[in-house]
Design a protein around this ligand. Structure first.
Ligand SMILES: N[C@@H](CCC(=O)N[C@@H](CS)C(=O)NCC(=O)O)C(=O)O
Length: 212
């Protein structure tokens, strides 16, 4: 299968982690979000991804799956082991709630196209855009910190789940934009546990062939 990916995309990073945890072979198709006016905007890519976003997964049969969480759920259904969702329905709901808090409530507010729109046409300068970014990170991560319970070391227990898959890229993004993270000791613990695993580390932006 092929993954349309950009090294710094946290949504693509989620999928790279899931593929690595499940030991699934894949080939990268690089989509540089900044070069050539943004390769996500090229007509050939838009034909595959009308939304102009990475990641998309192309299956061996040529089917295209957009949206990182839809891709990961498809991987979970087609390659169930190791599981990224617990068996117990309530525990599954909890894992999904953490993942969605990150993927739906934090990440979209700080996405490239949103930050660009704040600049043009809205006219917000860099300090204002940085404040926007930091505000939504703090608001979002405080909520997620309060959702974690139990001894860990991962988000919801002693194995990594979809929650950890979403957490690690979001923490890295926050750090890259100099957002303070000291107020989130449980998230830092879960992040450290995840990054001790090769699947999380090898999927990181600086390990990708398109890193520049
Ligand atoms: N909800 C989508 C978000 C995808 C997304 O926002 N991708 C970003 C990179 S992390 C992107 O392609 N941005 C292009 C742009 O903003 O122009 C998912 O989870 O896959």
């Amino acid at each position: 299968m092929k993954l349309y990916t950009y090294f710094r995309s946290s949504a693509a990073w989620r999928v790279r982690i899931a593929l690595a945890l499940k030991g699934i072979a894949w080939a990268p198709e690089f989509v540089h979000l900044l070069r050539n006016g943004g390769e996500q905007n090229a007509p050939a890519y838009r034909a595959k991804s009308p939304a102009g976003l990475v990641p998309i997964l192309e299956t061996d049969d040529g089917a295209l799956i957009p949206q990182s969480l839809a891709i990961i759920e498809w991987l979970e259904e087609t390659h169930p082991m190791p599981a990224l969702l617990p068996r117990d329905p309530l525990a599954r709901a909890h894992v999904r709630a953490i993942a969605l808090s990150i993927a739906c409530d934090i990440h979209p507010l700080n996405n490239l196209r949103v930050l660009r729109y704040l600049k043009e046409p809205m006219g917000h300068d860099q300090p204002a855009r940085d404040a926007w970014y930091a505000h939504w990170i703090a608001e979002g991560l405080s909520g997620v910190e309060a959702m974690l319970r139990g001894p860990g070391p991962f988000c919801t227990g002693d194995v990594p789940t979809l929650a950890d898959v979403c957490l690690v890229p979001q923490m890295a993004n926050a750090r890259r934009l100099n957002c303070p993270l000291d107020a989130y000791p449980t998230l830092l613990r879960a992040e450290a546990a995840a990054l001790a695993l090769p699947a999380f580390r090898d999927a990181a932006p600086d390990r990708q062939q398109d890193a520049s």
